[in-house]
Design a protein around this ligand. Sequence first.
Ligand SMILES: Nc1ncnc2c1ncn2[C@@H]1O[C@H](COP(=O)(O)OP(=O)(O)OP(=O)(O)O)[C@@H](O)[C@H]1O
Ligand SMILES: [Mg+2]
Length: 171
Amino acid sequence: MHSPDVTAVFDLPDEAATQLLGENLAVAIAPGLVIFLEGDLGAGKTTLARALIRALGHTGPVKSPTYALVEVYVVSSLYLYHFDFYRFESPEEFLDAGFGEYFNDASVCLVEWPDKAAGCVPSPDLRIHLQHAGSARVAALAASSERGASCVRTLTSIREGGNSCATPDRR
Ligand SMILES: Nc1ncnc2c1ncn2[C@@H]1O[C@H](COP(=O)(O)OP(=O)(O)OP(=O)(O)O)[C@@H](O)[C@H]1O
Ligand SMILES: [Mg+2]
């Protein structure tokens, strides 16, 4: 099957820049999207997810799912599942936990540490790799489905259009 080769790279000089990327992403996502959030410890995966979830309208706390494995949000009339598989000792724990059914056309799934569930977690539409760059970060996005490509295109056009998701073009 053809995989659209749509990529983007964004410099994130500070935490606010990571949060803005999350806010922009909130405008670009659609139901059914599976996003892998990759990168080392402290790379900014939860920071990005938290900003996205808040931008969708969630007003309560957004905890890291490191211990719970998944946090569930119902926001903007969609189910959003935020996973963190860091603590998995084997990928089969994904199946044992019954997480497979969370990945469906009505949900958005954000997955930190997807490698820990390799071979069991469904493949992503979009991979966002966050990397340390000195004290800053760089985000590299790569789509691997049409749904993911559409998300990257929307995100790129939002960011080229003034770095804000909803700024009207008037004073
Ligand atoms: N662009 C950035 N520049 C500098 N610091 C950042 C940037 N983005 C996030 N941070 C900071 O880096 C830290 C990232 O923590 P966060 O919990 O988001 O990482 P994580 O990738 O989810 O880690 P873990 O693998 O442990 O779950 C936070 O202290 C945050 O303030
Ligand atoms: Mg995290």
